[in-house]
Design a protein around this ligand. Structure first.
Ligand code: GDP
Length: 470
């Protein structure tokens, strides 16, 4: 194991310098894009690439404002075994005659974008343009949330999961099924399948209700592993050590196989090579779901931070060695659902959640930031009169009906503590507020060739993530 991990470390060091398929000694930055399912990864990467190739809407990017980006182009995918991010199909979905949202992320994919840059500063003017490769790696956030599993035994994980689902109505069926299970009986594959199925069902519903602590992540996004034994187990309360061949013992074995054959390779092959990371967060969705979902999101952020910059004493820190992700941006997505007058409040909520997460994480420090963005802006702003009050709203075409409508999500509190304190204290709902969400269709009208896609603060996000390398 150690040797394999060492190999992972070596390969990654060379990859960073030479960029594998790129020219020799052309530097490469690997940008990880993650977030839970439907957080907006696919839309983000599509808009990022479109707006980097056509930069009319990217003035917040310093290198662009200084006129130093001479060209940006797509390259063949450098990692032969990783699927290429299907940029062209996703862009066509957003900008075709019937604009629609692209298919979401289901697994890892990658894309290489190359920049021809004129170096900045006094001496920069004296040298010729240089090439920088940006490898964009898209992967489901559910998979990162699995990393803490590597530190846990089956019994510890089971105890945690069973405690968390105790008061969740999404788990009623699984709990009922579990009551009839005796972990000491011999394994029966049909029973194992039924348990795994019911547990997966619960995870899906919990995700739908806004919870983020839904491990194992591959149960929700199994890819080619669907139905394999490594994905056919569920948490059990075993009590005394169970005998060989029993349901409890077999589930423990499968849990260990999941860790070593699913979680660890992902971590070694993809995650450990990332230099910069954006974590997309559907904060508005969580706020809409209520305080529990917000607290759960904060907990997920803690896990994510721990995974990226673990303290040296942890197993992960030891594996990563000196190479760690240098910048992490937590971005609240879909900010186009709010009038810009509320964006600062959304950012303040993200920043406060991040601060709490950092305080609790085993985190060795990296440059972190919080921001509110919309990778693709689907709305325009509008002030509407409602019950005699003027509301700062947004207008767009509704996804369900195709009709235009104005929408007011609710007023976010000026002080993030008004959300975070009840969330931490386990409140069931917000005291005096109600937040809506609405799904708008993408709006490609008025996009001229060479303009990129309309967005909110995508340029600022890119400046934070890679501005120092451009
Ligand atoms: P993924 O699962 O993380 O890849 O999520 P997607 O990128 O597929 O986004 C999920 C859904 O969120 C999309 O189908 C859109 O409905 C919505 N969405 C994502 N980004 C934006 C955005 O910038 N603005 C708006 N209005 N909706 C967005």
């Amino acid at each position: 194991m150690v040797i394999r991990d060492l190999f992972g470390g070596l390969g990654r060091g060379l990859g960073g310098l030479t960029g594998n398929a790129g020219g020799f000694f052309e530097p490469t930055v690997r940008l990880g894009v993650t977030g839970l399912s439907r957080a907006g990864k696919t839309v983000f990467i599509t808009s990022l690439v479109a707006n980097l190739m056509d930069r009319a809407r990217m003035h917040g990017l310093r290198a662009e404002a200084e006129g130093r980006i001479r060209g940006v182009w797509l390259q063949p995918q450098p990692d032969d075994t990783v699927p290429r991010f299907d940029y062209e199909t996703h862009l066509a979905a957003l900008t075709g005659s019937n604009p629609h949202w692209p298919e979401s992320t289901r697994a890892v994919s990658e894309l290489r974008l190359s920049f021809k840059l004129q170096p900045g500063g006094f001496f920069g003017g004296l040298s010729g343009p240089q090439v920088l490769h940006l490898d964009i790696v898209d992967y489901p956030g559910e998979w990162i949330l699995d990393l803490p599993l590597l530190d846990k035994t089956y019994d510890a994980w089971s105890a945690e999961v069973l405690a968390s689902l105790q008061d969740r109505e999404e788990a009623i069926e699984f709990r009922t099924l579990l009551e009839k299970v005796d972990p000491t009986v011999s394994l029966d594959e049909q029973q194992a399948k039924a348990l795994a199925h019911s547990f997966t069902d619960y995870l899906g519903r919990a995700r739908g209700a806004g919870y983020s602590d839904c491990t194992p992540g591959r149960f929700l996004l199994p890819g080619e592993l669907a139905g394999s034994p490594a994905l056919t187990f569920a948490p059990l309360s075993r009590g005394a050590v169970s005998r060989r061949g029993s349901l409890g013992r077999e589930f423990e074995r499968r849990f260990e196989a999941y860790k070593s054959q699913v979680v660890k390779p992902f971590f070694r092959d993809h995650f450990a090579r990332i230099d910069r990371q954006i974590v997309l967060v559907d904060a508005l969705g969580a706020i809409h779901s209520g305080p529990r979902a917000v607290e759960d999101m904060r907990r997920a952020m803690t896990n994510i931070l721990t995974s990226f910059r673990p303290g040296r004493t942890s197993w992960l820190g030891a594996l990563l060695g000196t190479r760690r992700v240098e910048r992490i941006l937590f971005a609240a997505t879909k900010a186009d659902h709010l009038h810009h007058t509320q964006h600062l409040r959304l950012t303040a909520i993200m920043a406060a959640m991040m601060r709490e997460a950092k305080d609790r994480a085993d985190f060795a420090g990296a440059n972190t930031a919080a921001m509110s963005i919309a990778a693709v802006r689907a709305t325009i702003e509008e002030t509407v009169r409602h019950n005699g009050n003027m509301l700062e709203a947004v207008r767009g075409r509704l996804l369900d009906t195709g009709k235009e409508a104005a929408f007011y999500a609710g007023e976010l509190p000026e002080n993030p503590a008004h959300f975070l304190v009840p969330a931490r204290e386990g409140a069931a709902k917000w005291l005096d507020a109600d937040f809506g969400v609405m799904r708008f269709a993408p709006n490609a009208q008025g996009i001229r060739t060479g303009d990129g896609l309309p967005h909110i603060r995508l340029d600022k996000a890119v400046e934070f993530l890679i501005g120092d390398r451009l």
